[in-house]
Design a protein. Sequence first.
Lengths: 96, 193
Amino acid sequence: MKSDKTITKQRYAIRPCTVIYIALMGLTFITWMIGKAGLSGLDISLLVLALALFKGLLIGDYFMGLRYVTGFWRLPILIWIFLTGGLITWAFLIST
Amino acid sequence: MATATTQVKRNYPPGDVAIWIFIMAELAVFAIFFAAYAFARSNNVEMFNISQQTLDTNVALLNTLALITSSYFVVRAVASIREGKSELCMRWLIAAIFMGFVFLVLKSGEYVRHYGEGTNMRTNLFYMFYFSMTFFHFMHVIMGMVILAAVAVKAKQGGYSAGDHTGVETGASYWHMVDLVWLILFPLTYVMR
């Protein structure tokens, strides 16, 4: 049975989605700069991956609106992000 | 100055639940692609790294910015229809579709350049993954643009309201999924080495 509960939040002059948008653009520039600088290695790769996964969490929570969802439907995007990130991390750790 | 308002905490995600089952299936396919790429790379690191350096990171940056901007426009479209502003919702959606079009043009330019250089899926394992994953995603961008266009037309016709806009949320959820996938695809294929 569908049940909703109401919570209180604050509305600010700048929409939260706009703040998240600016953050996503900034994190993307950081990733691009790492690529342009030609930085490489396991630590750099995992840092870049962590940035990407964090951006994914922001998309899920703020753009998809999952931060207002409770229960099962909160999980798929989270599981996907951590599972995908985990598999990629594993593969990079065993790279020869 | 902050003003208090209310937000409903709910048990279901925005949009039709059916689209979320579809999104989960799509994400599972992309996860397999990403893992296959990463494990294939683990035994061919040097070849992958050398091939990766032939890709244009600047174009990839522009493509990423285009998709993030497009997703932001879709968020604003959903916010507009929740306030009952159909016309504004339609305009945000058109802006989002335009940014999707920018992505397609830039990505097509990359494919043309690769074709001109004689690079294709048979060149090596890296390019097999690169072309497969990016073109699969490319097709999803087209699909997403078609969905957003259909939603925009219905919004223009007054088919949605502040109380009934599941269609807008459904289209938006799909489009954000397309963006989410690219946010992993971009660093994985262009930057991580």
